[in-house]
Ligand binder design. Structure first.
Ligand code: UD1
Ligand code: M6R
Length: 371
């Protein structure tokens, strides 16, 4: 039932405060006077020792699920100290890239049934790796065939364009990093601040959803353009890729997510006063580097739309020289959950044809539900 919403994608975008709450339910331990705040993931707790001993963690997924893993990579590296590599399932299979017995391979999939991801799972099992699933669908092929895993419990995702599964996947992988890194005392304060951030995340997402009208207006302006670039880095490199994927898929418009650190190695040549560019510049360790990217884009008269932390418009856009989207700030590693929301669904609002297409896909391609 779509309720007051026009299509499932819109409904699922607005459901995110609740879906994130369900994803975390029973898994965050508040701690107490003599007990530290911690995370309990029932599906992997018996495998944590093996995971900590692995030589490498390999994330495998396709599309949005791959992007969610990419968003979680930095915190996993930081808290676990294990090298993390990324594989798009089809590319791993094309190359028959090396997978070892000492690897932990994490398969990320909303449906748990994506053919390339399943083939990659078969391949990793043959190579003797520990295979961990992160899926929304209980009883799916990935849930059944992995050695262990975590259900994201985001609730059924019917819209073909993935939205609430993406944000829940990130939260589960951040919790995975917290659980694996739980044996390192030196990270305790950092871990506790992330757990505090997770507790308040649903309310921050509720707050960012209030940008609905502002984003609709912006989308209306941009719909007639040929192309849209999205620059991000660090935790928000994934936001750039996922934001661009949503624009492609939903607005049928060319869009490209670009690692901001690569800007001067080619993409700068595209910049002029016509091409709209979204720059993700919320406050984290990469902030000053993003400020200098913005200056360089400015110098080329770029048409900028900057996403920044609330209250920081003057730091990213001196003299009000560009358009700004201000979002609530949260702990750096979960900021991608907040930042993706304004880019998720607004670009489809203006096109009647597209609305028909989305409605059709709602009816004909509804997916199996997790719960
Ligand atoms: C489980 C129950 C949940 C219950 C909770 C109470 C299920 C599906 N979940 O949740 O209803 O409220 O205990 O403690 O019954 N798994 C894989 N691969 C995957 C995903 C999961 O092998 O891709 C396995 C896990 O290793 C685990 C089982 O499926 O053995 C359930 O996983 P999950 O639902 O995440 O576990 P809990 O959160 O403990
Ligand atoms: O079910 P999966 O997560 O394995 O699906 C993988 C991709 O096909 C999927 O994430 C796709 O990119 C999204 N529907 C895009 O919105």
């Amino acid at each position: 039932n779509k309720g007051k919403y026009e299509h499932y994608m819109q409904k699922e975008i607005h459901e995110q405060p609740e879906s994130l709450t369900t994803t975390m339910r029973g898994r965050l331990i508040r701690g107490g006077s003599c007990k530290a705040k911690s995370v309990l993931l029932g599906g992997i707790k018996d495998h944590l020792k093996t995971i900590r001993r692995s030589r490498r963690i390999v994330f495998i997924g396709c599309g949005t699920s791959y992007n969610a893993a990419l968003a979680s990579r930095p915190i996993l590296e930081e808290l676990c100290g294990i090298p993390v590599t990324m594989e798009i399932a089809s590319d791993l299979l094309d190359r028959l890239g090396p997978i070892y017995r000492e690897d932990t391979v994490v398969f990320v999939s909303q449906s748990g049934e994506t053919a390339d991801t399943l083939l990659a799972l078969e391949y990793a099992l043959e190579n003797g790796a520990l295979c961990v699933g992160i899926t929304n669908t209980v009883g799916s092929a990935i849930a059944r065939n992995t050695h262990c895993g975590v259900h994201i419990n985001a609730g059924c995702e019917i819209g073909v364009a993935s939205t609430k599964a993406y944000t829940s996947q990130i939260v589960v992988m951040v919790m995975l990093a917290l659980a694996i890194g739980d044996d390192t005392i030196s990270n305790q304060t950092r871990r506790e601040s992330i757990i505090d951030g997770l507790f308040e995340l649903p309310s921050k997402v509720r707050e960012v959803l209030k940008l609905d009208q502002e984003m609709k207006d912006l989308a209306k302006e941009l719909m007639s353009e040929q192309s849209l670039l999205v620059f991000g880095r660090g935790y928000n490199y994934a936001t750039a890729l996922e934001g661009a994927l949503k624009v492609k898929e939903v607005a049928l418009m060319h869009s490209e997510g670009i690692l901001a650190g690569e800007m001067k190695h080619g993409p700068l040549a595209l910049v002029d006063e016509n091409l709209p560019i979204v720059v993700i510049a919320t406050h984290d360790a990469c902030f000053s580097k993003q400020q200098s990217v913005i200056q360089q884009l400015h110098a080329r008269k770029g048409r900028l739309i900057v996403m920044c932390s609330k209250g920081e418009a003057s730091l990213v856009c001196p003299g009000g020289s560009c358009r700004v989207i201000e979002v609530p700030q949260v702990v750096d590693c979960i900021q991608p959950v907040v930042n993706i929301v304004p880019l998720q669904g607004h670009f489809l609002k203006t096109s009647g044809d597209l609305r028909k297409k989305i409605k059709h896909s709602d009816e004909s391609e509804s997916r199996e539900c997790g719960r």
